[in-house]
Every structure is written in structure tokens, then in C-alpha cells.
Design a protein around this ligand. Structure first.
Ligand code: C5P
Length: 232
């Protein structure tokens, strides 16, 4: 899989999701299904979107004891998604168990990506609530290295961190980066943003784009603009 634009389908129902996806009559976007849609509609939504010809990033961010995560991943592997994820904070043992669970009998598996520190966690909340007293950049890079050692394929990170992650973990370690905005668009609640062209320049492998596409007056045109800036 090469560079691609992943559209965050942050909708509350299958109806809204299909009303949105029906607009795409040409190129079928790579779709991110998050907790809201998955918990509302269950595994059927994954199968239906897959059957329409989309690649899928199932963003459920698993985090539990290794045995539980392994068994959950063994269920998810049958959904035939392309990418799924977990929290690196679950430790290397949990990440290794997840990989075992995710690997099918023929040896194939979806790509497995780690979330490091959520972008909603800042230095202060990490120190006060989690008692982690190192600089947050160092914590993110350490979690990325642990994910690499455990055999995972990459991490979710800010596009601003993608270059450093590649320096630390190698060029082939995938960086999936949300926080993307058009130069002339609304930033909304995202704090540290980049344009698709800048994310390409810095070496992101995949960009995750939600509202700049889902809330655009012409979502297909906004998607095509992202693809033109990031992929071509
Ligand atoms: O609408 P917007 O482009 O901000 O959507 C970004 C998507 O990426 C959302 O689904 C959001 O939950 C997700 N995400 C993020 N920042 C992270 C991890 C995931 O914005 N650190």
C-alpha cells in the first residue's frame, strides 16, 4: 500500500455514512471507521463498506490484558479490514499478543498501528494524571520504538512528528497522520495542523482527513483536492 488519503467517517449511523459515500462515484476513498459508527452499527457496517469496494482503517484503539486483546483481534481479523490499531500503552506484551491474534491461518493480516500518547493528552495531564514525567516528545518516540520492537507496522502521530518517527524507527515504519487542514480552510478544534502538501513533504504515509471533506460543500471535490496535494 502506498500513500493514501483516509477519510474519517465520523458519522453516527449507517444511513448518514452511505449518504456520504454514495457521492463518490469515481475513486473509492480509503475509509476510517471509528468507535462511534462501529458501536452504533456493529461489524455489518464494516462488511458493507468493504463490499462497496473501499479499503478500511478500523480505528477501535484496543487496550486490555494481552489475552483479551489477542482474542478480540482474532475476531477482527475475519472482518477483512486493511488497517486496525491499539494503544502502545498496553505494553509490548500486549502488542505482540495482538499481532498473534490478528494473523490469519494463511499468515496474512491487516496492518497493525499503535496510538502513542493521544493528542488530547498534554505534558501537564501526562505528569499529573499518569505520573509520566519525561518530555512528551520523548514518550511518543519511546512508544513508537516499543511498537516497532513488538513487530507493529507503524503509529498514528501528528504530521509534525512523522519525520522524526521515520528517523527513529526507519522509513518503512508507517506514519498515519490526522490534523490535516487546507491552507484556506477552518482549523476547528485541531491545534497543530498541516496541509496535505506539507504532510507529503514531511513524509507522512497516510493522512486521515475528516471534517475538511465530510463537512465540505462538495465533499468529492475536497477529497480530490486532498489526493492531488498528497498523492500525486
Ligand atoms: O475532522 P478531522 O479532520 O479533525 O478528523 C480527524 C480524525 O482523526 C478524527 O476521526 C479524529 O478522531 C482522529 N484523530 C485525531 N487525532 C489523533 C488521533 C485520531 O484527530 N491523535
Amino acid at each position: 500500500m502506498g500513500k493514501d488519503v483516509i477519510v474519517a467517517c465520523d458519522f453516527a449511523s449507517a444511513e448518514q455514512t452511505f449518504a456520504f459515500l454514495d457521492k463518490f462515484t469515481g475513486r473509492k476513498p480509503f475509509v476510517k471507521i471509528g468507535m462511534e459508527l462501529y458501536y452504533a452499527e456493529g461489524p455489518a457496517i464494516v462488511r458493507e463498506i468493504k463490499a462497496r469496494g473501499h479499503k478500511i482503517f478500523l480505528d477501535l484503539k484496543l487496550h486490555d490484558i494481552p489475552n483479551t486483546v489477542k482474542k478480540a483481534m482474532a475476531v477482527l481479523r475475519n472482518l477483512d479490514v486493511d488497517i486496525t490499531n491499539l494503544h502502545a500503552a498496553g505494553t509490548k506484551n500486549m502488542m505482540r499478543a495482538a499481532l498473534e491474534g490478528l494473523t490469519r491461518e494463511d499468515g496474512t493480516r491487516p496492518l497493525l498501528i499503535a496510538v502513542t500518547q493521544l493528542t488530547s493528552t498534554d505534558q501537564q495531564s501526562m505528569e499529573e494524571d499518569l505520573l509520566i514525567e519525561k518530555p512528551i516528545d520523548q514518550v511518543v518516540m519511546h512508544y513508537a520504538s516499543c511498537a516497532k520492537e513488538a513487530g507493529l507496522d507503524g503509529i498514528v502521530c501528528s504530521p509534525l512528528e512523522a519525520g522524526k518517527v521515520h528517523d527513529t524507527c526507519g522509513k518503512n515504519f508507517l506514519t498515519i497522520t490526522p490534523g490535516v487542514r487546507f491552507a484556506d480552510g477552518d482549523v476547528g478544534d485541531q491545534k497543530r495542523v498541516m496541509t496535505p502538501a506539507q504532510a507529503k513533504e514531511i513524509g507522512s504515509d497516510y493522512i486521515v482527513v475528516g471534517r475538511p471533506i465530510t463537512a465540505a460543500a462538495d465533499p468529492v471535490a475536497a477529497y480530490e483536492r486532498c489526493v492531488a496535494e498528497f498523492c500525486d
